[in-house]
Design a protein around this ligand. Sequence first.
Ligand code: DC
Length: 228
Amino acid sequence: MSPPVIAIDGPAASGKSSTAAAVAAALGYAHLDSGALYRGVTILALELGAPPEPEAILRSAEARGLTLHYDGRAFEVYLAGEPLGERLRTAEVTSAVSAVSALPAVREWINARLRGLVRPDRPVVLDGRDIGTAVFPDAPLKVFLTASPEVRARRRLQQRNEDASSARVEAEARILKARDEADSKRPTAPLRKAQDAHLLDTSDLTFEEQVGRIVAWAAHPGLPKIGG
Ligand code: DC
């Protein structure tokens, strides 16, 4: 039996997490943002200092209780019993996370946790970079969400209520392209579209339209109907 998983992969700032959360709410599924767990591991790697040594990072993750907690709607990343919340999204974590997520031992540790959370009675919308290619290659529905770097940069700046002048958009697009390149060129589970994933370019779609497309694709015999 295939796992009750909708896999949403795509580059940085493609809107995966907000789209995945809205799809999960519409279908009554749980939402799991795998990037948040990579960010949690990165916080521990930064505390240990560079260069990151995978065994030490993972020992710290186990010892300090880096876990995912289900709150009835989504999985949140906790450290020592406390949610990491906005600490996951600092500029320091964002600039270090690609290097930490390129470590094969870190990927294996995270994948084991992600796979352990999916149960037949708790379908999940799971977003990341390699969910459809490596973590759940047999997911019944896979989506590769993308948009041009400029559209993603503008959306990101607007989301943060920052100046979205063309110079700022260009600068932000350059940062996004560099992270996409690092994620796409790493040897282990690089960012790429699974052959059987639906390609969804959202450059010219509204948020409601992109969520609606995925919800329509979810009418699949391998996915349970729960209703939001
Ligand atoms: O989606 P995000 O920006 O929060 O992801 C943070 C980083 O984690 C991103 O640079 C790539 C990595 N990541 C990954 O390698 N595999 C995943 N399944 C999810 C995220």
